[in-house]
Design a protein around this ligand. Structure first.
Ligand code: SF4
Ligand code: SF4
Length: 388
């Protein structure tokens, strides 16, 4: 049995274990098999030593959050993200992960009206207590207000699927900041409603490539592409590697996380009209470990507030795309650690706001923090408010 992984990439791991403290599933379970080193060893056993793909193997791989916190910690440069994506592709091809229901749900994401209707139905179910609390999902919106409309061609404002359904106000905030900078923007054309990040997480390689091609076609030209969801930004920046074409590489080179793009232009804005006091910054894994673009968030937030750091060295919060729904027990334990870090930061600073630049993390954290009088907001929502 082979997983079709690059043997050279697999053999890069020297089993030093330096990644272990950065792995959320290892931190909450203490199990070697649920660490990056353990998972890589299991991949090697299957691909290089002929071990079977049994239920244990499937469980080790499906419990990985794909946060990639292990990558920056690894002195040997093991491309763990490629390895787990390749493994999950194989498992999905063999129908060992990603159920039929999950595939149907993912298939609906590019159909924006269907997605909005489904999200509203889920929000209504939440209001009458039909969504189990153990999923810890923050309060979804019943109403979203107007969608952003194109104003020109200086930049593309990527609106996405879940981001638009759950946090549309962040698109309006992004638009307001671009207006304040005198930058016009266009929203993606037909086919640009879903970037395929969640399909990639689920191991659906054909669907991911299909989404990548449709997304590229929806934002032609040379204008920069501004993305306010860390997970989507990471996916768009990966199209070059994923498709391996010059077109895709050029497209990925035009993609910027919104914080990255605005941090360089703050001095073109008028002075903030209000300051927020202390604001805790939570780093989404796909911004910190994958895009490695978490520092600009501090520049943006520091412009109108006192930045408060968490003391957990960017450990994942457990949201992980659909992970919190698929692995609620582990996701809950991982989130408890993040909550403890937030509690310590609140105690030391008196902050009541957490800034997070990813919809999955925001909803996952808000589900618990709401009870404590702490709100989770996108840094660009705070910036737009500071400018008003
Ligand atoms: S991606 Fe995250 S959960 Fe998976 S092995 Fe690496 S650190 Fe652990
Ligand atoms: S993945 Fe990197 S840090 Fe982790 S055990 Fe292997 S070589 Fe060491």
């Amino acid at each position: 049995m082979t997983l079709h992984l690059d043997a050279e990439e697999l053999n890069t791991c020297v089993a030093c274990g330096l990644c272990l403290p950065h792995c959320p599933t290892f931190r909450v379970t203490g199990e070697e098999a649920l660490s990056p080193r353990g998972r890589i060893d299991a991949m090697r056993a299957v691909q290089l030593r002929g071990a079977p793909i049994d239920d244990d193997f499937v469980s080790f791989m499906s419990t990985c959050v794909q946060c990639r916190g292990c990558e920056p910690a690894c002195p040997s440069g093991v491309p763990y993200g490629h390895l787990i994506e390749g493994t999950r592709e194989h498992l999905a091809d063999e129908h060992r992960i990603t159920s039929r229901w999950q595939r149907m749900g993912l298939g609906a994401l590019p159909h924006h009206r269907v997605l909005l209707a489904g999200s509203t139905a889920l929000a209504a179910a939440q209001r009458v207590g039909l969504v189990p609390k153990r999923y810890g999902l923050g309060r979804l919106p019943l109403r979203r207000g107007p969608a952003v409309a194109s104003t020109g061609t200086d930049a593309w404002l990527f609106t996405g699927c879940v981001m638009d359904a759950w946090l549309r106000e962040t698109h309006r905030s992004t638009a307001a900041v671009l207006d304040a900078l005198g930058v016009t923007y266009a929203v993606p054309g037909a086919g640009g409603g879903c970037c395929g990040a969640l399909h990639a997480h689920a191991g659906l390689s054909d669907a991911t490539a299909e989404r990548a091609l449709a997304t590229m076609a929806s934002m032609p030209g040379d204008a920069p592409i501004i993305v306010n969801s860390a997970g989507c930004g990471a996916a768009l920046k990966d199209y070059g590697r994923l498709l391996g074409t010059d077109d895709a590489r050029r497209f990925s080179g035009r993609v910027f996380d919104v914080n990255e793009w605005i941090a360089d232009r703050l001095d073109e804005l008028s002075e903030p009209q209000r300051r927020f006091g202390a604001v805790i910054v939570q780093d989404p894994c796909h911004l910190r470990h994958v895009q490695r673009a978490h520092l600009p968030v501090r520049t943006v937030v520091g412009w109108f507030a006192d930045v408060v750091e968490l003391d957990d060295d960017g450990l994942c919060c457990g949201a992980g795309g659909a992970y919190s729904a698929l692995e609620p027990e582990l996701a809950g334990q991982i989130r408890d650690r993040k909550m403890a870090a937030i509690d310590r930061a609140v105690e030391g600073s008196g902050a009541t706001v957490v800034a997070s630049a990813n919809p999955g993390c925001s909803m996952h954290l808000q589900g618990m923090l709401g009870d404590r009088g702490i709100t989770v907001r996108h840094p660009i929502d705070l910036l737009a408010e500071a400018l008003r």
